[in-house]
Write a protein that binds this ligand. Structure first.
Ligand SMILES: [Zn+2]
Length: 507
């Protein structure tokens, strides 16, 4: 007799529907799994056999063939254990369920029949719903992430025995969605009100956050670069449901999901400078998403950016441009979203005190040059704003007052983002940093005074076209923060300030 069971797997953050076909026929006892299953799926034979026996059922002594369809998709992982076991029990008539096809099953089995947590449950549920399956039988430990999907009925179980009893009696109510649109007010544990002074860097960060621009904070050690960076998520707009779902999907397939269900906050990732290409970009044996995808819709903070290996910094170029990362594997590519705001921090030289107002730099010109050479042209070209973070004078940090809280900075940013959203509703972009040639011509018109100024700067510093456009985009964001349609001379002056890097050079 043959039976079909619904299940699914995932590639990247997208689910893929799979049907498990089980055929049991007379003949010498064999147990085969076909349909492009890799070794991790083939190992499931032993787990399924032991789990069935240890749950008090019989393992049929016949010819058992399992087909995972469609056959052209490579399947790996242990999440098919549960559907295979259910299929064998149904095909050997040990369970009686009229409507087994209204469920989708996922879960790894232990030898004793317990159901273990799997990676990627969230994209699987979303895929099931697309195919009109509403009922999901899943491991108990995946229940939080699964219950955030609207219109799904989730049935979580600890072991195989419970699933079988449920299928025969249907004596349990599903868990349904408990997503609410209410957001907590303070979406980060860090707040700008605790940062005393540093007004110009705070303003630069505000402009960066408003227009989705990448920013590099540079200055002497201990000046508070990390303190500033870690507060950026507190001024970014709230995640909407779609964005939150995307973030949660990435954490679901990476196996990093905490017990909080739908992501509430924009991610802030802070990989160490010894990180490898794989941990940053993604890949490895499981083709897991890397830091750049884990910071999707949030912030990727590279502290001590120049301490990262040059090859690691170079691999950031493509995702910074495309907002998506493609990872090659033996049979094709897999891609993950990677739309993050890059925030870097660096000392200006090996000793750290170049341009400092408290100590004297002891580096030679050659040492300084060598140090900065890691920021190659093309990567440097993808940083929009440079902000010098000074060491604070004693009177400044000893002030007892608090600074402006994140929540009021955020208000201005949200307004500026709304202006951009309505401006670009037909352009398929969401913020100023994403503008290209035509849009820059259309939305960044300058008066004659500003035009003259930019012409002088362009010639004097021998700017590239890209660098010139960057000045226009920054000016646009500064005007948006002020709620103005027209770009003024002062906006352009401020934008030029953000392009000044070491030695007052404009890059
Ligand atoms: Zn130095």
């Amino acid at each position: 007799m043959s039976v079909k069971i619904n299940t699914a797997t995932f590639s990247g953050i997208e689910g893929i529907s799979i049907t498990v076909e089980i055929d049991i026929s007379m003949g010498l006892p064999t147990f085969n799994i076909v349909g492009l299953a890799d070794t991790s799926v083939k190992e499931s034979k032993e787990r399924v056999r032991a789990a069935i026996i240890n749950s008090g059922f019989e393992f049929p002594i016949n010819r058992i063939t399992i087909n995972l369809a469609p056959a052209d998709i490579k399947k790996d992982g242990s999440l098919f254990d549960l559907p295979i076991a259910i299929g064998i029990l149904a095909a050997s008539k040990q369970i009686y369920s009229e409507d087994i096809d209204k469920y989708l099953f996922i879960g790894e089995l232990s030898l004793s029949g317990e159901i273990r947590k799997i990676r990627g449950a969230l994209p699987i549920i979303i895929e099931g719903l697309k195919n009109d399956i509403k009922n999901f039988i899943i491991p108990t430990n995946n229940r939080v992430e699964c219950s955030i999907v609207k219109n799904s009925c989730i049935y979580p179980f600890d072991n195989l025995k419970q699933v079988i009893s449920f299928l025969e009696n249907e004596d349990m109510l599903p868990i349904t969605i408990n997503y609410s649109n209410e957001q907590e007010n303070n979406n980060s544990k860090f707040d700008f009100e605790d940062v005393i002074g540093q007004e110009s860097s705070k303003r630069a960060i505000e402009v960066a956050a408003a227009g989705g621009h990448n920013i590099l904070l540079w200055g002497p050690p201990g000046s508070g670069k990390s303190m500033l960076a870690s507060r950026i998520p507190s001024i970014l707009p709230e995640l909407d449901y779609e964005e939150a779902l995307e973030v949660t999907k990435i954490y679901s397939v990476s196996g990093n999901l905490k017990e909080e269900g739908l992501a509430k906050y924009r991610p802030f990732r802070n990989p160490h400078h010894t990180s490898s290409n794989i941990s940053l970009i993604g890949g490895g044996r499981n083709l897991a998403p890397g830091e750049i995808s884990l910071s999707h819709n949030g912030v990727l903070f590279l502290d001590e950016m120049l301490e990262f290996k040059k090859s690691v910094l170079e691999v950031l170029r493509q995702p910074l441009e495309d907002k998506i990362v493609k990872i090659s594997r033996a049979n094709g590519n897999i891609s993950y979203p990677a739309n993050f705001m890059l925030v870097g921090a660096t000392n200006p030289c090996p000793c750290g005190f170049y341009a400092s107002n408290t100590k004297v730099c002891t580096c030679t010109d050659h040492e300084k040059k060598l140090y900065l050479s890691k920021l190659s042209g093309p990567l440097l070209d993808r940083i929009d704003i440079f902000s010098f973070v000074t060491s604070l004078k004693y009177e400044e940090f000893n002030k007892k007052t608090k600074s402006e809280p994140s929540v009021s900075i955020k208000e201005r940013i949200v307004k500026a983002r709304e202006i951009q959203k309505s401006r670009y509703k037909n352009d398929k972009l969401c913020c100023n940093s994403q503008m290209t040639g035509n849009q820059i011509d259309k939305y960044c018109k300058l008066d004659s005074q500003s035009n003259k100024l930019l012409k002088v700067v362009y010639t004097k510093y021998n700017l590239s076209n890209r660098a010139y456009n960057r000045l226009l985009k920054l000016s646009r964001t500064i005007a948006d923060l002020d709620g103005r349609e027209d770009i003024q001379y002062s906006d352009v002056i401020e934008a030029i300030q953000y392009r000044k890097f070491i030695n007052e050079n404009i890059v």
